[in-house]
Design a protein around this ligand. Structure first.
Ligand code: C5P
Length: 223
């Protein structure tokens, strides 16, 4: 068994994928199942943490004992994460957050006509992870340990290190996407990069194993 090394700690985990509404029936979404975020929540509970799970469109059941805040869009996730992070020791942003949303929401279902369809104009969403990093850098408030995820297909280490710096996080879990990994599968493989320059390779295995490796690295960085 693992030690209850997160006892007395409060951690925030985001899971799933955000949906950005176009009209009452349509949205722009992504393929995140929420499995990795659920594994992080479950393993944190096992290790004794109090867990707030900010779940975006996760259909699988949340682990018993987690406080669940259900959200749909990136802006809703931002509100929930920032408020849960006020008294958190660590945050892990495992959710796939939409970088863009439709510039306007149609109150009525968009109808099919014979005319050329209107393009959907996009605007940028807030970057929640980057905001957590900025807030901590400017005022010292928020979690002591900030962890992001990134799905990269090429130049994994170079892109990962640049992203870690840009977002101001302490750890970045860089997923290798494709080949039966990551989205919707029980397995994952990753390199966990840290702000101090370390790179920990986590070979292909259950998402629970990667989750434990992440908490090992988080626990070592908690004051
Ligand atoms: O930039 P990219 O989307 O690859 O970054 C991924 C990381 O940033 C994930 O941890 C994700 O949860 C977080 N993110 C965020 N807000 C966004 C986009 C991504 O917090 N708008």
């Amino acid at each position: 068994g693992r030690p209850r090394d997160l006892a007395g700690r409060h951690v925030v985990v985001s899971a799933g994928g955000t949906r950005e509404a176009i009209d009452p029936v349509r949205f722009i979404g992504n393929r995140s199942s929420g499995l990795q975020g659920l594994a992080l929540a479950r393993t944190a509970l096992v290790r004794g943490a109090g867990v707030t799970l900010v779940a975006a469109n996760v259909t699988l059941p949340a682990p018993a004992g987690a406080e669940v805040i259900a959200v749909e869009s990136a802006r809703e996730m931002r509100e929930a994460v920032l408020s849960a992070c006020r008294d958190a020791d660590a945050v892990v942003m495992a959710a796939a957050v939409a970088d863009f949303r439709p510039a306007e929401y149609h109150d009525n279902k968009i109808k099919k006509t014979s005319a050329e369809p209107d393009p959907i104009r996009l605007v940028e969403n807030p970057d929640i992870l980057a905001e957590l990093g900025r807030r901590r850098a400017s005022s010292g408030e928020g979690p002591a340990v900030i962890v992001g995820f990134a799905a990269e297909t090429d130049d994994v280490l170079a892109n990962g290190h640049a992203k870690l710096k840009r977002k101001g996080c302490d750890l970045l879990v860089v997923n290798q996407v494709g080949a039966g990994l990551a989205f919707g599968t029980p397995d994952n493989a990753a390199v966990v990069l840290s702000a101090d320059g370390d790179a920990v390779d986590v070979p292909r295995g259950p998402k629970e194993d990667l989750a434990h490796r992440v908490w090992d690295l988080v626990a070592a960085r908690l004051p």
